[in-house]
Write a protein that binds this ligand. Sequence first.
Ligand code: FRU
Length: 466
Amino acid sequence: MTLPSRWPAVLQAVMKGQPRALADSHYPQWHLAPVTGLMNDPNGFIFFAGRYHLFYQWNPLGCDHRYKCWGHWRSDDLVHWHHEPLALMPDEEYDRNGCYSGSAVDNRGVLTLCYTGNVKFDDGSRTAWQCLAEEQEDGSFKKCGPVLALPEGYTGHVRDPKVWQHEGMWYMVLGAQDWQQRGKVLLFRSEDLHSWQPCGEIAGQGLNGLEDAGYMWECPDLFALDGTHVLICCPQGLAREPHRYLNTYPAAWMSGAFDYERATFEHGALRELDAGFEFYAPQTALAEDGRRILIGWMGVPDGEEMLQPTRAQGWIHQMTCPRELRYRDGRLWQTPVRELQRLREAERQWQGYASDAPILDAARLEFELIAPCVTVDFAGALRLIVEKNGVRLERASLQTGETLTRYWLGDVRHLRVLCDRSSVEIFINEGEGVMSSRYFPDAPAQIRFEGASNITLRYWSLRSCM
Ligand code: FRU
């Protein structure tokens, strides 16, 4: 791959395309999305020196998975975000095929990025370097170069460092594939972020009773939560089951006991983190007040993404809303961050037969629904079918037109749905389950309730904040 030779000039030219994206009727009004090009994983999510920073995988040069840079947003409140200059570009030998995903840490007051330098060779093989970059006084990032080469025993698929500090030591988890093509999570330890010692594999296929758990695990994130440890990761190659793991790749979580001394993680079963059509590569950060906040990419690689209509307008993909995580009763609960309630306009309520309910404008809307059985139709492009023992989400395949279905199974007591112009996030039972999905309705998009049962609705229009 040849690199664009004069990045800044190229970027300037590319950014002229942004009015087209912003005028697109599918462009989000309150979710993060690229102003041009392709965005994927959230990276470097951190609360640092009084502000939130969120970086992201970004190809500003087109709507495909090439030229991965780190874009950068900053926020005071997790609701309003400001664009910052591009943080990292793949302009060194060691990251020439992409500044891949990673995290951010506060290293004695210096905002420091930990990312993967991805290098591909002509014979189809690749290598990966774990690299650092430090924020300068002018807000730019200076690369410090690689700090970790490929560990022995693994293919070139070793990436996505999530780094944190614990009792004076730095720790890093990495997604990896071993020579037997088994997906793994590796742990490393360092005193200074520059020199890293391997501590072994802490999770993956063949460990802790996990069989058939995929050929590559991406984007691991390990953290303490409500008295346990949670590992989030994206195992590629999990077999589809009738009601879960139905996307090309899933995002999953497991909880258990992490032992820093022995570098072991004894965990329970692998579970799907989000049951919708689009959710991948989430990353968490600690909020100022200690809440564990998650943001995910509302997309999935290698599926039907390249058929999404926004590509014709020069942009593709968006983030999920930020979510608070809690661990309770053996489950991981996700709820929209409470700060998002600031976007609510006047509250309205309605009760009666579903088919008599008001038609709602789907563009910027939050609604809460209590109903034994109801179907919610989103502009004829997405259908949410609520039954007593579960929820189904139906959408036509962009490729074949056939109806695709995603499931959440369990007793449904309450639904909270957050809508933007081309996305819905469905929170079941105050966060026991979540389904995130994109859809591409004709504007103006309307939501209709169908069915004979009695429903109780509370709803709000949301202010635009992007
Ligand atoms: C996940 C992922 C990461 C990688 C990045 C490249 O979506 O494949 O493993 O670092 O995207 O953009």
